[in-house]
Design a protein around this ligand. Structure first.
Ligand code: V47
Length: 386
């Protein structure tokens, strides 16, 4: 049934227009039709969060039914030394900083031997853009980890890091990706996308790979059979239009390659960044972005509610707003915590199971490539009452 009075807060003519669009959107969503940019903008202007949630949940149910995915993973950041100086980042520092660290191959192996959960299936590796380390260091890390832990999927390096490796090595993007793939790279995370708009990148991270370049690198990765994720960092200086344009660029590339696995909307955390005057993204806005992402990215199988950035409680609610993946146990997350995230640095599998069961969904442990490893029953969860 079409809602007759979706809540809006604009001039009457605009409200009427957007209301008409929302009614049209509702029909299109139920008919499985693609939404336009104008319709995406109407979704962003809609103040009726439950209306958006209802539509997004409908799409989520079509993609994954009552399943909610998660994995058992471990994050490792090889260095926080970074030449990029992105204004939104509290993790990267200059080489001279007292907080700077760099892990040798020996440090990495020691850390993993000590802390990798026994049941982990994925290592998630992203780092700063180090001024002195050669590409061979990263290749050696992947090659060594792959040999030492052949059963662990290595999801490593954002498109921005790949771009940097090409710059420092003089190799092409394709050559860099091929070398990493041969060394054991399994897939790539979706970071570094921020917002593709040149206006925003000019203000936030002028020295870094452009949005166009990010997309080009992902296209090359997909062409080489490397699956990737995609992200959008929202809640800083961007407009609604820039958010929708970003989503449409991802949707267009996905039409072409089909290589994206999941989309992860990342809410900006301002603490300790040079944008600390910006108010943290509200819970309302985070849920809206999850719902709008689910509605616009009709060709993406999965939308992640990354609990580290959302907070555990809101990540659970996000399951009603179109998300079907909570990411993982994420031991030792550093990037968001440097920027003030108050969530724990990791979560146990039992906590994830309880979170999913108590929302009325079915937890499914997946591997990085979304093969289903185990569908859980309540009796598998220590925290859930029988
Ligand atoms: O690229 C940096 C973002 C990303 C801040 O692909 C910030 O499965 C919020 O990409 N506030 C890294 N966000 C994290 C990331 C990711 C996380 C989980 C899963 C996957 C996946 C990818 O975090 C960076 C940047 O876009 N970021 N600083 C900040 N202050």
């Amino acid at each position: 049934m079409i809602s007759s009075h979706v809540r809006m807060e604009f001039a009457p003519e605009r409200t009427a227009k957007v209301n008409n669009l929302l009614q049209q959107i509702e029909k299109k969503v139920f008919a499985g039709q693609r939404l336009t940019k104008e319709e995406g903008l109407a979704l962003m202007e809609c103040k009726d969060l439950l209306f958006l949630g209802r539509l997004a949940r409908e799409i989520k149910l079509r993609h994954s039914g009552r399943k909610i995915f998660f994995n058992v993973n471990f994050h490792i950041n090889l260095t926080n030394i970074c030449v990029s100086e992105c204004r939104f980042c509290a993790f990267g520092v200059r080489k001279e900083s007292g907080k700077a660290y760099f892990m040798t191959l020996e440090d990495i192996l020691q850390k993993i031997a000590k802390s990798l959960p026994e049941s982990a299936t994925e290592l998630h590796i992203v780092s700063g853009l180090h001024p002195d380390q050669p590409f061979d260091y990263y290749l050696e890390v992947i090659d060594t980890l792959h040999r030492r832990y052949p059963g662990i999927h290595l999801k490593a390096f954002t498109a921005v890091e790949i771009n940097y490796f090409a710059e420092i090595s003089g190799l092409s993007i394709r050559e860099v990706l091929l070398k990493l793939k041969h060394a054991g790279l399994g897939s790539m995370p979706g970071g570094g996308a921020e917002v593709f708009s040149p206006r925003i990148r000019g203000m936030l991270c002028p020295g870094k790979a452009t949005g166009e370049r990010w997309l080009e690198i992902m296209e090359t990765a997909h062409d080489l059979g490397i699956r990737t994720n995609a992200t959008m960092l929202f809640g800083h200086l961007e407009t609604n239009e820039e958010r929708i344009d970003h989503l449409i660029s991802l949707r267009d590339l996905q039409d072409k390659t089909g290589g994206f696995q999941s989309f992860v909307p990342l809410a900006f955390h301002p603490e300790n960044t040079s944008l600390s005057e910006i108010k943290p993204v509200s819970a309302y806005e985070k849920l809206k972005m999850i719902a709008v992402s689910r509605l616009m990215l009709d060709n993406f199988d999965h939308i992640k509610a990354y609990w580290v950035m959302l907070g555990v409680s809101l990540a659970q609610i996000a399951l009603e707003f179109g998300a079907d993946d909570l990411d993982g146990t994420v031991v030792k997350e550093k990037i968001t915590h440097a920027a003030g995230a108050k969530t724990k640095e990791g979560i146990s599998m039992d906590e994830l199971l309880e979170l999913i069961f108590s929302a009325g969904y079915l937890p499914v442990e997946r591997d990085t490539l979304y093969h289903e490893l185990k569908i859980f029953r309540k009796r598998d969860c220590q925290c859930c009452p029988e």
